[in-house]
Design a protein around this ligand. Structure first.
Ligand SMILES: *[C@@H]1O[C@H](CO)[C@@H](O)[C@H](O)[C@H]1NC(C)=O
Ligand SMILES: *[C@@H]1O[C@H](CO)[C@@H](O)[C@H](O)[C@H]1NC(C)=O
Length: 167
């Protein structure tokens, strides 16, 4: 290889390495980054969500999953529909639709999520429950929640879901 070729190749490779992998990454944050910008932890949504839109003026958002997603966390069932909508503002999600928790025999919608300090309050309308926000630092996987490949991530206070949501 001639010195010139070598130099050109080096310059070329440096150029490639220096250019950002995708310009859209900077313009459009991931849905998880968007959640965090409103003060919420990523764990409110399951892992692998790539499609969403949010109207930053009104806070109205839609999140799209490829298919419905459900998992059980320490015995409590959660279900995400393919479209999740609501209105988000700092530390508050209102008019939420598309996320359900099974209370006794019934699937009920979680309609409001509020963050107060280090607590997340999940409301199903007739009842609400508070959870330490650090339960939501990781996104659960569709199908297996936090127990994928035998991996356990500690004892979640999701244990308290059923008792607290009882009316
Ligand atoms: C969802 O579907 C899109 C387009 O069909 C695909 O690019 C993406 O990888 C899928 N995501 C997951 C998590 O399966
Ligand atoms: C609440 O969400 C529904 C869709 O689930 C929408 O049709 C309705 O306009 C929303 N209401 C408000 C006040 O944003």
């Amino acid at each position: 290889m001639s010195l010139l070729t070598h130099l050109l190749l080096t310059v070329f490779l440096v150029f490639i390495a220096a250019s950002p992998p995708s310009t859209s990454a900077a313009d459009s944050p991931t849905v998880y980054e968007a959640l965090q910008s409103y003060g919420f932890p990523v764990g409110l949504l399951p892992a692998g969500v790539t499609k969403y839109k949010v109207d930053t003026a009104t806070g109205k958002f839609s999140v799209y999953l490829n298919k419905t997603c459900s998992f059980t966390i320490h015995g409590y069932d959660l279900k995400y529909k393919t479209t999740i909508t609501g209105t988000i503002s700092a530390n508050k999600i209102k008019n939420l639709s598309g996320i359900q928790v099974k209370v006794l025999l019934f699937w009920v919608n979680i309609i409001e999520v509020t963050k107060e300090g280090d607590q997340l309050e999940l409301s199903v309308g007739i009842a609400s429950a508070d959870f330490p926000v650090d339960n939501f630092y990781e996104s659960p996987q569709c199908g297996c929640g936090f127990d994928c490949r035998g991996k356990r991530s500690g004892e979640l206070s999701f244990k308290r879901f059923v008792p607290l949501f009882q009316v």
